[in-house]
Design a protein around this ligand. Sequence first.
Ligand code: HAM
Length: 411
Amino acid sequence: MNDILPEQTPVWQYLEKTVKDVLSAYGYSEIRMPVVEQTNLFKRSIGEVTDIVEKEMYTFDDRNGESLTLRPEGTASCVRAAEEHGLLFNQMQRFWYQGPMFRYERPQKGRYRQFHQIGVETFGMASSDIDAEVIMLSARLWKRLGLLDSVTLQLNSLGSNEARADYKAALVEYLEERKDQLDEDSLRRLDSNPLRILDSKDQNTQALLDAAPVLTDYLDQESKTHFAELTSMLDEAGIAYEINPRLVRGLDYYCKTVFEWVTEKLGAQGTVCAGGRYDGLVKQLGGRPTPAVGFAMGVERLILLLETLELIPESVKQPFDLYVAAEEKGIQSRIVLFADKLRDQFPGLRVRIHCGGLKNISQKAQQTGAPIVLLLKANDNQQLSGTIWYDKEPSFDLNEEQIVDKISGLR
Ligand code: HAM
């Protein structure tokens, strides 16, 4: 679990703001859920035999003996909240959320025990246009961030529950006959969650899967049509994708569309955003049948990617626009007041004043990296006058009025 230090927070804010701008362009509303839920919520939604539920949840009993869990993801909480507040039945909804998630995983670059997601969940829309929308929304975000060339969209359809059950049976039959060649993890999953074997990183198992039955061949007609409509919309929108028949995702609630945006630039933890359709989940959690589709992106991974590719604009890390310092002793209180006057005059202008020693002040002020530096002294009439530095160019001996005019011109 990491501290996010002041040097880093501007980058977080830059990413968060860019995401919010894109989400608002699509008319999504923010929802905020608690970070703790009843443990059963996650067991019932993510699935008992998934890595998350089996070994990654931070679960504890509260003082009442009730089992609670720090949320490992946002979808279950979002469904719980929306259902609890009557936001689902007969309605179409587009929500987004952001915040920390918790998974007891082995930490490594891009994988942490407290990490942050920004997620999107939509409800009440069964047709493929909304699948296309959420993917197009994410693509627009990559474009805004300059990432579009560095991420690839992997796409698959898991079909209906029935189709998946048929496929599961065929896969198990095939693998049962070759049990002795399976890696240990896959062998364990053969009984509990065979589709997850498709995700195995083991080379022998992957080779074995080359000749295994393919999920695509088992898709029901409705899912096939849904998927064909989706891919044709993506084609029209100019969004490239790779169909990956082995993409199954690690959470049990998905059906039909699943997708992941992956990059090769981050090593093993290359999935920066992932999601899909989960038409059965609302009902499974006690609501009426409600189609749903969504995704979540990993904020740490996106920031790592932006940093690796040097895509963070220089200005983002600078916390102030104007640095104001006294050039001589004895006028500090006037500096404080003058800076506040500037804040009144220029709402939004970020002004930081220099406090403390004045030795080499001109140099020190320049070194702050502020785009505008203002050095002040009092003239013979006790009026403030100053030098403004902008782009390494000084303008000397400006009176208060001229200072205001100059700043106004620079903004
Ligand atoms: P997920 O694939 O488990 O899906 O997580 C989504 C994203 O969160 C991942 O692609 C990754 O970027 C990030 N992430 C996951 N675990 C970690 C970790 N330990 N450290 C850093 N980043 C991580 C879900 O959570 C689903 N709720 C997504 C969804 C929303 N599906 C439908 N709606």
